[in-house]
Design a protein around this ligand. Sequence first.
Ligand code: SF4
Length: 428
Amino acid sequence: MVRVARVLPDSIAEELGIAAGTELISVNGRDLHDFLDWEFLAADDELIVEARQPDGEEILYEISRPEGEQLGVTLEPPNVRRCANRCEFCFIEGLPTGLRRNLYIRDDDYRLSFTYGNFATLSNVKEKDIARILEYRLSPLYVSVHATNWEARKVLLNNPRVPNIVEQLSRLAEGGIRFHCQMVVVPGLNDGKVLEESLQDLWNLGDAVLSAAVVPVGLTQFSHLYTGKSMDANAAATLLDDVARWSDRASRERGENWVYGSDELYLLAGRDLPPAEHYGDFSQIENGIGSVASLRSRVADGLEDLPRMDGSRIAVVTGKAMAVLMPPLLDALHDATGAEFELIVAESSLFGPTITTAGLLVGADIRRVLADRHDLTMALIPAETLNDDRIFLDDIAFDELRTSLPIPVFPSYDFIDFFASEAEAVAA
Ligand code: SF4
């Protein structure tokens, strides 16, 4: 059974009398267990939907849907499948206490992997889940592989019952499922020979593995489970060399780089980041693979159309990781707009100095660095610091922050988005 959260006005569902709270029990005789069942089973145009209204009345709807028309039903959010592993490097275990509850949910859910691109380990996938993945063709999936060597993977996931990932991926691949894989690398555990074996195994799966990402373990001062080494410049450089060897081979044999090191590895190793062309379709950009190259190319492409803002003084707030990369971008923005840019590097008060990612700054950090800056015209802050409800990780609302500061503040992903939508109005 799945429950309706909302019915769109003037939709088929509204016309039928389906309302918020209606329980949808089956479609064409098949029971509904979650949003995936609804999404796939209700895709037909001829439907018999068994439902229970909020007052308990059971109804059978016979629906003949005009082609392409939506039923107009939004479901209540699903119960997320929880993770059965206990990785020492788990970022959730590295969160400080006192944050909102849903931030502590350790999801490991193949359904969210397909729908939203969340990485899943497939450790908790049962036979019936495999059947669903194959039946519904949930592809591509984003899979946290970490190591294909079974013993190494048990150690990394801190779970002696993890299934053999090569067998799982092979079986799904035979059914036509494709994967984007990631290896979060813990120095001494899954680098070196273990990484080599992992890349070889994934390579052997052929076209089924669309991309592979190598990401350094990310720790905060609260990562209380972690007993391993942290990633340093030498380890990062070695990983990038391993990645380069495989991406050269992939480029020769498959015409694409296939395996990518995360931006963080390049920054740690002190190496230049590859250009945008290196990353193909940026399939793992949410994983920090090619974010900097993408930002650079979006800025370069957008410069031509920027409005003049001579006389404006604009602060750009970021974290330490991005700070070294910012000056050339801000110089280009200055040349295009005439505005003066000031880079303000803030530290995450929530996570401590080891976390330098701009997206993990919180409202209090931004308030701290801008509270006395009456001299500025405005400030741009990383849009990634806000969730969909425009709330920072420390529960400060963006609107609350904005009214408490002496200058206008704007969230921005790539500067160009700000100049395209807000700049002229602010300058006027
Ligand atoms: S798989 Fe590991 S890192 Fe991911 S949520 Fe579970 S314990 Fe945390």
